[in-house]
Design a protein around this ligand. Structure first.
Ligand code: GLV
Length: 308
């Protein structure tokens, strides 16, 4: 039994050190030095090699090194290989920080002030009390819950939407397609934390934007594929949306001639909202490997039918 890490070698060394110390029984090897292929039971990677089935005939679990699995081509992954997404404190804390920062930027009109500053206008905007600010989170998964919990501490009026019904303390929850519009109708700030699946691709579209309160603001920390980019530009031009903070785009890196770069009402970051932290991730994956070895359910196991 061995574990292969395929990714950045420097980060891989942190993982390797963790495993050497805490799991000396489990050889942890860094791609491309995989050792005997028939011993490879576990693979950690953002993107598996194309011929994964032939390369690792005894592979049992594929761990995504990131929170999502939408980058995987499931057709190339043998059906008896379990696929697991990354759930670890480093990603969760990073997302809490980013989403809170972005929500507060919208709440306290930082993008409006940036526009005013360029015009040399000293012009205070009324501060809306947090309890009158309605923030909606799409996706009540591990990350959505963590973000809601932190936003709750500011006293915001919170709502959340999920494909299937979920409850969160202090949050008005909506579920399924039928409740999407009622959810959106009450949002001043919309945060997308959905997984990217065929059902959620393009969900941040004109129809969604025009179902929000007029002048609402968007935060996309999901995937670029959630957003119909032209619809965002139109909604901003028409004043239906006031601003957007985007950590992800359809094409990454964003092409240099893309209109998002210069847009005064878009704040852009290069897919850094939350990143897997090698030390805590190694700890989380080792715990999952131990679960696997004792026949327990793995945390973050993917349902291939659902796609997340
Ligand atoms: C980043 O987007 C991740 O999936 O971890």
């Amino acid at each position: 039994v061995s574990i292969v890490f395929r990714g950045d070698v420097e980060r891989g060394r942190v993982w390797q050190q963790y495993f050497r110390t805490h799991a000396p029984d489990l050889p942890f090897v860094l791609w491309p030095h995989v050792g005997p292929p028939e011993e490879v039971t576990y693979l950690v990677t953002w993107q598996p090699p194309e011929n994964i089935a032939a390369l690792f005939p005894r592979l049992q679990v594929l761990f995504s090194s990131g929170a999502g699995v939408d980058q995987f081509d499931f057709a190339c992954i043998p059906s008896d290989v379990q696929v697991v997404r990354m759930i670890e404190p480093g990603i969760i804390n990073g997302m809490i920080e980013y989403a809170t920062l972005a929500a507060l930027m919208h709440h306290r009109n930082f993008i409006d002030y940036d526009v005013l500053r360029r015009r040399r206008e000293w012009s205070p905007i009324r501060v809306v009390p947090a309890q009158e600010r309605h923030i909606g989170v799409m996706g009540i998964g591990v990350l959505g819950r963590a973000v809601l919990e932190r936003l709750h501490s500011f006293g915001f009026a919170l709502r959340a939407w999920n494909r299937s019904s979920r409850q969160v303390d202090g949050v008005t929850c909506f579920a399924g397609n039928d409740e999407l519009e009622p959810f959106l109708a009450g949002c001043d700030i919309l945060i997308c934390l959905l997984p990217l699946t065929e059902a959620t691709r393009g969900i941040l579209c004109r129809k969604t934007f025009f179902a929000l309160k007029r002048g609402a603001a968007l935060i996309n920390v999901g995937r670029g594929g959630h957003l119909v980019e032209q619809d965002l530009l139109d909604a901003l031009a028409e004043g239906q949306l006031s601003a957007a903070i985007l950590d992800v785009t359809a094409v990454e890196p964003l092409p240099s001639d893309h209109p998002f770069w210069d847009h005064p009402r878009i704040v852009l970051t290069p897919h850094i909202a939350s990143m897997t932290q090698p030390h805590t991730a190694a700890q989380a994956v080792l715990a999952n490997v131990r679960r696997h070895q004792t026949g327990e359910q793995l945390l973050g196991a993917i349902d291939r039918e659902r796609g997340y």
